[in-house]
Design a protein around this ligand. Structure first.
Ligand code: ADE
Length: 266
């Protein structure tokens, strides 16, 4: 039995997380016992009577900053709770942040195999009190070079990318492995019924039943897609003989199909 990926999400907006966890693959993964997610409202760990978890920034400026103590208390409470259930319940603290280490397929794979609990500290508004970084030393992780309004969507993105790599989540245990980026190629095109849509047909080879021809076609189209859209992924890569031949064919085909530039007037 595969051990589930175990996540705790500390957030001021639990409903943002719960709404997404209740659907599709994330829901199925939980039902199959392959994913456990517990969502905690950080506000419950606020001290004041009004459960204030954010405040104005020292030095002035716009927006609100998430307070440090409620997050400290929330993490402390998780530590206390999980210590009771066994020594394997260590926490891996993660702080979604645009300043973090980039989240890639490699990190998703790492998360999918993680035995520790993944604890996502979701900041909101203008950021999180710096003492959260100093006091808890979480790993900062960024899902891209843009700024979102909080850590909830990044936490869900990371969980989604990781959970689908757990054997059994996608139904076909092989399907995740065949896909984009695992071996640093983009996907080959996929088709489903009907065989013709608005005059657009499915490549004949996919209906041929010839498994080797289908495998070769898919490999070629994955290479073509990568060559055209993300040539950087092909750089510094060792190719086997088949891939080299397929790439030769692709470069020839693509240069033939390049649009003709007309330089003459009229
Ligand atoms: N919080 C706000 N923006 C973010 C980003 N790009 N990645 C991770 N966490 C974030």
């Amino acid at each position: 039995m595969t051990t589930p990926m175990r996540c705790d999400i500390l957030t001021l907006f639990p409903d943002m997380i719960l709404a997404t966890l209740g659907h599709s693959m994330l829901k199925r993964a939980q039902e199959k016992g392959l994913l456990e997610v517990r969502v905690r409202n950080v506000r419950e760990f606020a001290e004041s009577r009004h459960l204030v978890a954010d405040d104005v920034p020292y030095g002035g400026g716009a927006g609100m900053v998430m307070k440090a103590e409620p997050l400290f208390r929330a993490v402390e409470s998780l530590r206390r709770e999980y210590q009771e259930t066994g020594p394997g319940d260590e926490l891996r603290l993660l702080l979604p942040s645009p300043q973090g280490r980039p989240f890639t397929q490699r990190v998703a794979d790492e998360f999918s195999r993680e035995r520790r609990r993944l604890v996502f500290l979701c900041g909101h508004y203008e950021g999180v009190d710096e003492r959260v970084r100093v006091g808890l030393r979480p790993e900062e992780i960024s899902i891209g070079d843009y700024v979102l309004t909080g850590g909830e969507l990044p936490a869900l993105v990371m969980i989604d990318a990781a959970v689908r790599l757990i054997p059994g989540v996608l139904g076909d245990p092989e399907s995740a492995q065949h896909e984009s980026f695992i071996d640093a190629l983009l996907d080959y095109p996929q088709y489903t019924r009907p065989a013709e849509v608005c005059g657009l047909t499915v490549p004949e080879v996919l209906r041929s039943g010839n498994h080797d021809a289908i495998r070769r076609w898919r490999r070629k189209e994955a290479l073509r897609s990568t060559y055209l859209k993300r040539p950087d992924l092909l750089r510094d890569r060792a190719f086997n003989e088949e891939d080299r031949q397929l790439l030769d064919d692709i470069t020839r085909e693509e240069s033939r199909e390049a649009p003709v530039k007309c330089t003459e007037e009229g």
